[in-house]
Design a protein around this ligand. Structure first.
Ligand SMILES: *Cc1c(COP(=O)(O)O)cnc(C)c1O
Length: 372
């Protein structure tokens, strides 16, 4: 078959490697015929969504013959109250992934530069390469730093130049779990040229309990070039419905609105996200579970001789001191799915989502067999 058109695809797209999602549970179940699979590979909330959110999504299905509210009025109103920011600062997306792409589509042309850190979230590279941007990837902090492999804001700042349109900062970062203190991050924004968009990706903000961390959402009036992104996929447990948002200066929001698909967030997602915001107990329980189970796993994993990066999120980045892919595969055979992150430049490390107590028991049990 002649596919003459293939090499006519846009150069950025031809050079892309697609995002590799965590292995779905159903796939492993089929492969191994195992009944009990534990998936700790995609940083989902192990408690799932709030019951109120699920009920709201179900109810929204009654109206599924209608288009959703393209402006997301009710969700924006609820977010506005929840966050304490006016609704005209908000942009909704089909997951925060969508919002990240809106920023890129609104600001980045072929040949422009974007800056992000090594070992940072894969979507920054994907979204900017697809539009033909040149990525300037900053070396990460060293292994012996307080935040090993975390963002080095000094090296990131040094890569910002005339051609830089967007800088991406993940705080906390995925896949390392490392974070930036708010004083350091504000200092970086102070020095960043005001014509460069700073995206601060706070996908894990609801989980953070470390004392030197602050969300930057209340800084968007001070920094008109700041775009803070959040998601309902992690602590809110709505990964399957795809909802995220950005908080930015209204003029930036207006630009993103121009490139947004008119109905980018579906009606079940809008309803569920709004209800999820109202269930503060669920978020508190999710955060408390995460905090408790994180300290427990940190202790048990280091007893097994593994190295653990500091984390402010709902996962741990674990140094296996060997080819992590082998450990990943051995865990798979035991019915535990974690995430190898060699594609992030960390081939000795695994990223492990913090699960329920039972899931974590199982992880430790299988890991002990694998390493023993
Ligand atoms: C998971 C994640 C996201 C995106 O999640 P969505 O499901 O698209 O909202 C964004 N940034 C980081 C750092 C993440 O880990």
């Amino acid at each position: 078959m002649m596919c003459d058109f293939l090499d006519r695809a846009v150069p950025g797209v031809r050079a892309l490697t697609p995002y590799q999602p965590g292995k779905p549970e159903s796939e492993l179940r089929r492969e191994l015929g195992l009944s009990e699979i534990v998936k700790l590979a995609s940083n989902e909330n192990p408690l799932g969504a709030s019951q109120a959110a699920v009920a709201a999504a179900r109810q929204a299905l009654d109206e599924v013959g209608r288009y959703p509210d393209g402006n997301g009025f009710e969700l924006k109103a609820a977010l506005s109250e929840y966050l304490g920011v006016p609704a005209n600062r908000l942009t909704l997306g089909n997951g925060s992934n969508d919002v990240l792409e809106l920023v890129v589509r609104a600001f980045v042309s072929p040949g422009d530069e974007v800056v992000y850190s090594k070992h940072s979230f894969a979507v920054y590279a994907l979204a900017s390469q697809a539009v033909g941007a040149t990525a300037r990837v900053a070396p990460a902090l060293r292994e012996d730093a307080t935040q090993p492999y975390g963002h080095d804001l000094v090296s990131m700042a040094s890569l910002v130049g005339e051609a830089t349109k967007v800088v991406f900062v993940a705080n906390p970062n995925n896949p390392t779990g490392t974070w930036l203190g708010s004083a350091e991050l504000l200092g970086f924004l102070d020095r960043l040229p005001s014509n460069v968009i700073a995206v601060v990706d706070e996908a894990y903000a609801e989980y953070v309990v470390v004392s030197d961390y602050d969300s930057l959402i209340d800084q968007v009036d001070r920094f008109p070039n700041l775009v803070v992104t959040r998601t309902f996929s992690k602590a809110f447990g709505l990964a399957g419905l795809r909802v995220g948002y950005a908080v930015s200066n209204p003029q930036v929001a207006e630009l993103m609105n121009r490139v947004r698909q008119p109905f980018n967030v579906n009606s079940a997602a809008l309803a569920a996200a709004k209800a999820a915001l109202g269930d503060t107990d669920h978020i508190r329980e999710s955060r408390e579970l995460n905090t408790r189970q994180m300290s427990r796993l940190q202790a048990e994993l280091s007893d097994l001789g593994l190295g653990i990066l500091p984390s402010a999120a709902n996962f741990l980045c674990v140094d296996t001191h060997q080819d992590a892919f082998r450990v990943f595969q051995a865990l798979l055979s035991g019915g535990v799915i974690v995430r190898p992150i060699a594609n992030y430049g960390l081939d000795r490390h695994l990223r492990i989502t913090i699960g329920t107590p039972r899931e974590n028991d199982r992880l430790i049990h299988v890991l002990r067999q694998v390493l023993g």
